[in-house]
Write a protein that binds this ligand. Sequence first.
Ligand SMILES: *[C@@H]1O[C@H](CO)[C@@H](O)[C@H](O)[C@H]1NC(C)=O
Ligand SMILES: *[C@@H]1O[C@H](CO)[C@@H](O)[C@H](O)[C@H]1NC(C)=O
Ligand SMILES: *[C@@H]1O[C@H](CO)[C@@H](O)[C@H](O)[C@H]1NC(C)=O
Length: 342
Amino acid sequence: MGMRDYFILTAISVVWAAVYASEECDFFSGRWEIDEEYPLYNSSACPFIEREFGCQKNGRPDSLYTKYAWKPLACDLQRLNAEQMLERFRGKSIMFVGDSLSRNQWQSLTCILHSSLPNANYTIARQGDVSTFTFTDYGVKVMLDRNVYLVDVVREPIGRVLKLQSIEGGKLWKGIDLLIFNTWHWWNRRGPTQPWDYIQTGNEIKKDMDRMLAFEEALTTWGAWVDSNIDPTKTLVFFQGISPSHYNGSLWNQPRAKTCVGQQEPVEGSRYPGGLPLAVDVLKRALKKIRKPVKLLDITLLSLLRKDGHPSIYGLGAMDCSHWCLAGVPDTWNQILYNLIL
Ligand SMILES: *[C@@H]1O[C@H](CO)[C@@H](O)[C@H](O)[C@H]1NC(C)=O
Ligand SMILES: *[C@@H]1O[C@H](CO)[C@@H](O)[C@H](O)[C@H]1NC(C)=O
Ligand SMILES: *[C@@H]1O[C@H](CO)[C@@H](O)[C@H](O)[C@H]1NC(C)=O
């Protein structure tokens, strides 16, 4: 056996061991525990953190919420090693595609990487809906494509049409090495902030329809896009699961709580009293229909337990129990992502 064969075989067995290990461990069942090594970074040391997520800077008085680490029941999460991650993606690109929850996770990843390697040069640029954070010394791009439905909203003579079977936006996702998609929060929007006037399915244009069905149809369109456009030897595809909100204390046994304000601790244990949102089932059903490998970053339960993790009034000002403070919960999403691609 030549040296080259030896290296190839070793590489294959290392890859297999990694795949096997990550298949074996369920990173998504676990509990939150205080860990003195947390947070993973000092949010003041992340100079580009957006105001929306910079809770401490906005005056949030408690900080215990930054000290919780996710402990899977059956295994340990490896700490995200920034150097290793950037080497793994040298010359490559990572793209989050979705709504502001994608921005939340994108910002978390750039903060984790930057704060571990504060001397590594970087640039931030924005072109249209795509923001690109580049670690220039590594040639690694960490990108965000803001696209709240994944399928298209098109301006037509009758008004803005949400087209459940059209996905021209996918042009921007070709050639990316790691894609992390998400859509959910905008599907229930109504009133003045709903960004469309009509919804189109097949040849039918309607004023509105069952939003859960529309969500599922869009996911099916996206799944078909994955099947016809992704080369799994080149691109890894993830779906960032349904990120939950906390506006109803009945769901965590505090019926008097109408929002997440004042919550300073996670729900104890590994179970959320209110159960999982219905959208999780719809998503899982849609993912099953995709033939190409797509991994679900199944962050719903672990995030549901974090009623303490939202900005509440320490974000942009209005009550926000949907996004997450940074440092905070999305750092764990990225840590799990890292463990799944290592
Ligand atoms: C975080 O960084 C700020 C600004 O550099 C510093 O004042 C603060 O002490 C740091 N906090 C911790 C916990 O290290
Ligand atoms: C950052 O860029 C400067 C100027 O191009 C270069 O001198 C420096 O070595 C770079 N830093 C690192 C950590 O590579
Ligand atoms: C909160 O959740 C409880 C339990 O599921 C439900 O009965 C109630 O209608 C919810 N309240 C609101 C305001 O959605």
